[in-house]
Design a protein. Structure first.
Length: 422
């Protein structure tokens, strides 16, 4: 068996050839930008599955757009990967799934939709030092409680922030827009009955409406406030009580499933009304709700969060969303998750890092003007971690489609009030 002597010149020639060979393929692999994992918990199954699916698609569309535009350039073109988990519309599952996503490498969090789910994920994110950009929750507790603990020195850094409007904004705008619409219509409803889902969201939303009503002292009275279980299967008793109060307006704060029960029962019991006007609820504009309820949801007004349909960017996204969703409307559920991912990308770009504290420093300096929702200014964050420029609009179901009808500078169409008698 012979041996071959390798001198220095021969070795260098061979090494150079190997280097060239590696450069033709493996170097391409080494040059690939890294991935930043964003965790998102949503109710993908259970009674709130429709909104969870809408939210997931909105977020994924934003991720796709960001990656197609070159990713996070300050991090070498890093791509965002969306890790999605199903809360099954259960509080315990929401927290467990959020923890699983963190253990799977999620470096930021968003999502959850249900206020009680957000409230249980927020302290987990704070504990694990995972920046959490809450896309949707009207309840103030998740950010307020953590901000309080930081302010009092129990914790050093706040990792939880919210782009969605708080309950006070919902309440003030509800009273103001209702007053404006009634005045513009030349009518004077006097008696309002509130029916609300007796969960964290429903309680918070109803209390904010009552507080705003007391402060503004408008020309109508809240004559009864009626709670019902979040998972109610029959609202006959509650609607009968509401009917006995002789309301001009029913003001529901309802989830999608109970919205169907409520509107069906109002028709069944032949409750005579000038209109149904919600102070803000996610159950009155979903595509499937409208398809199922048909004329029973026509003319319903919801003073809620909504995409800014006057923006060309929003119009393009909405058109793509309709195609990718099989015909579902681009509503608040998708718009706010889309916007949350845009804000996350902006934060990453400015931070140039995935270090949690570097991300928080960037979050605090946010002034993001590229949003797609109704707002009074860019996304910013105050000392509580809330976005003071988030706002609402009055939408009305007209011709089987949700349309912005107030305020005037945002309106797509004029409102119809009182609703026509059948």
């Amino acid at each position: 068996m012979g041996s071959t002597r390798v001198n220095r010149r021969t070795f260098l020639r061979g090494a150079a050839a190997v280097s060239v060979g590696l450069g033709a393929f493996p170097a391409v692999l080494r040059a690939q930008p890294r991935t930043i994992k964003v965790g998102m918990v949503e109710p993908l199954t259970g009674p709130m599955a429709d909104v969870g699916q809408d939210s997931r698609l909105g977020a994924q569309m934003a991720v796709d757009a960001i990656n197609a535009a070159g990713g996070i350039k300050s991090l070498g073109g890093a791509r965002i990967e969306l890790l999605v988990a199903d809360s099954q519309t259960k509080v315990d599952a929401a927290r467990a799934e959020a923890e699983r996503l963190i253990n799977a490498g999620a470096q930021l969090l968003t999502g959850a939709f249900h206020s009680a789910h957000v409230a249980t994920i927020a302290p987990l994110a704070q504990q694990r030092r995972i920046p959490y950009i809450i896309d949707i929750t009207a309840a103030d507790q998740p950010t307020a409680n953590i901000a309080k603990s930081v302010r009092e020195g129990q914790q050093k850094v706040q990792y939880v922030y919210r782009i969605f409007p708080g309950s006070a904004t919902f309440g003030r705008n509800a009273v103001r827009f209702m007053t404006d619409i009634f005045r513009e219509a030349g009518v004077s409803p006097k008696r309002v009955v509130v029916l609300y889902s007796n969960d964290l969201f429903g309680k918070t939303q109803t209390e904010s409406f009552q507080i705003a009503h007391k402060t503004a002292n408008p020309g109508f009275d809240i004559v009864d406030v009626i709670p019902y279980p979040e998972n109610a299967v029959d609202l006959a008793t509650e609607v009968s009580r509401a009917r006995s109060a002789k309301p001009d307006i029913i003001a529901p704060v309802t989830r999608p499933a109970t919205a169907i029960l409520l509107l069906d029962e109002l028709v069944k019991q032949r409750v005579e009304l000038m209109g149904v006007v919600s102070p803000g609820a996610p159950g009155l504009y979903e595509t499937k709700q409208i398809e199922q309820l048909k004329e029973r949801i026509e003319y319903v007004i919801d003073i809620t969060v909504w995409p800014n349909s006057r923006l060309p960017q929003t119009q393009r996204i909405a058109a793509e969303y309709v195609k990718r969703s099989g015909g579902r409307n681009f509503d608040a559920s998708a718009a706010y998750t889309y916007e949350a991912v845009l804000v996350i990308a902006d934060v990453l770009e400015r931070a140039g890092s995935t270090d949690p504290d570097a991300l928080v420093a960037a979050i605090k300096k946010t002034s993001f003007a590229g949003g797609v929702t109704t707002a009074t200014g860019p996304v910013t964050f105050n000392d509580v971690g809330d976005n003071p420029n988030a706002s609402t609009a009055a939408i009305q179901i007209l011709g089987g489609r949700p349309r912005v009808v107030w305020p005037k500078d945002a309106a797509e169409q004029r409102f119809v009030f009182p609703r026509p008698k059948v």
